[in-house]
Design a protein around this ligand. Structure first.
Ligand SMILES: *Cc1c(COP(=O)(O)O)cnc(C)c1O
Length: 360
């Protein structure tokens, strides 16, 4: 059977009062930008007539769910090694991984899974995908996206320039050939950010990466090796392009976040990373009420809610999110540049967070 064509992955941009949101969350199954990454891998496998893929990662994560589903759909044999701390936990992602793996082994922790993967690579005949699918083919999948996105951003900003010729900021930035927009995206493995950085380096678009999982200090030393594995040019990245997400804790808040966090039955609550605080859940609900856009708690809500505030003017219906003027967390953030935020999806796993909205 010939394999199906890759779906169209259109770029859609929604203007919220102050920011433009690049809507990769609208791509099928909420897989977001993972579609673009895996498209490069699929192309690589087809070109090299490789039929089998060995893949490993967190059972409840977006990476394994999207990659196993898409690879299976395209006719590849998928062998999966996963890990989960809670053997009973059921999630959307976990269902997808189980359904789309031809064989699957699940371990109790990352270390055991990694060992098992490394053992299996010795005899596996096919592509052994490194953690998070880090591979030069991933960059090939992302590059056309940055290219089209750049074009779209220019179209949007040129349109505005024509409309409001007296708008200082657009005049100013263009005259000096300086940056004309900021593109914000989160750093998980960092593959998207590094690929965007590589593409936009000499362009008028300033790429800003937001650390959500690990700390800047531990991620920066990994950059060179990641660039190598992604087949990107090795280059140093100026520190001001990477923002540390700092979780604000108020004095009467438990540092562990346990007392103030809601443990959703649908998220992997055994990891601190995946815990969502009730304040964040409320913001996600308000954001959804005012924009119809679902943020997800691990990536998009963590970073975006630092940039915007939702003004609850009427007390009942939140207004459109506005850029927050006091970004004490982000001292290097240039307020004057138009901001494009890439929503990378992943929200379907967390639909329960907005369920309450319908019963209010
Ligand atoms: C995978 C993922 C990311 C991070 O992408 P990296 O390239 O690994 O940094 C961000 N957001 C969502 C929703 C994701 O699923």
């Amino acid at each position: 059977m010939p394999s199906p064509n890759f779906p169209n992955l259109p770029i859609r941009i929604t203007k919220l009062s102050d920011i433009w949101m690049v809507r990769d969350d609208l791509l099928p199954f909420g897989f977001g930008t993972k579609w673009r990454k895996v498209s490069g891998i699929v192309e690589y496998l087809q070109k090299n007539q490789i039929k089998k893929v060995l893949i490993w990662g967190a059972l409840h994560g977006n990476y394994l769910a999207s990659f196993t589903t898409i690879l299976r759909y395209f006719g590849f044999q998928v062998e999966t090694i996963s890990y989960s701390k809670d053997p009973k936990l059921k999630t959307y992602n976990e269902r997808l991984v189980n359904l789309h793996s031809h064989t699957i082994h699940c371990y109790a922790n990352r270390k055991e899974a990694e060992q098992s993967f490394s053992e299996r690579t010795k005899t596996f005949e096919g592509l052994c995908l490194q953690e998070f699918g880090i591979h030069p083919a991933q960059s090939n999948g992302l590059r056309p996206f940055w290219q089209q996105l750049e074009k779209k951003i220019h179209e949007i900003l040129n349109g505005i320039k024509l409309e409001s010729k007296r708008d200082e900021r657009f005049y100013h930035t263009n005259k000096n050939h300086a940056n004309m927009a900021t593109l914000v995206l989160e750093i998980g493995s960092g593959a998207s950010f590094l690929s965007a950085y590589d593409y936009f380096r000499d362009s008028s678009i300033f790429v800003l990466g937001v650390m959500v999982g690990e700390k800047k200090a531990t991620w920066i030393p990994k950059i060179e090796s990641l660039q190598k594995k992604l087949g990107l040019k090795i280059q140093t990245i100026s520190q001001e392009m990477i923002l540390n997400f700092t979780e604000k804790t108020s004095p009467n808040e438990n540092i562990s976040g346990i007392s103030n966090s809601q443990r959703s039955p649908f998220t992997n609550n055994t990891t601190r990373f995946a815990k969502t605080r009730s304040k964040d859940i409320q913001s996600i609900q308000e954001f959804y009420t005012s924009t119809n856009i679902i943020l997800e708690p691990i990536y998009s809500a963590k970073s975006l809610l630092q940039f915007v505030e939702i003004q609850n003017i009427t007390g009942t219906f939140p207004s459109e999110p506005k850029l927050n003027n006091k970004n004490e967390n982000f001292p290097n953030f240039n307020q004057n540049l138009p901001l494009f935020y890439l929503h990378q999806g992943g929200h379907v796993q967390h639909l329960d967070l907005i369920l309450e909205v319908f019963f209010k």
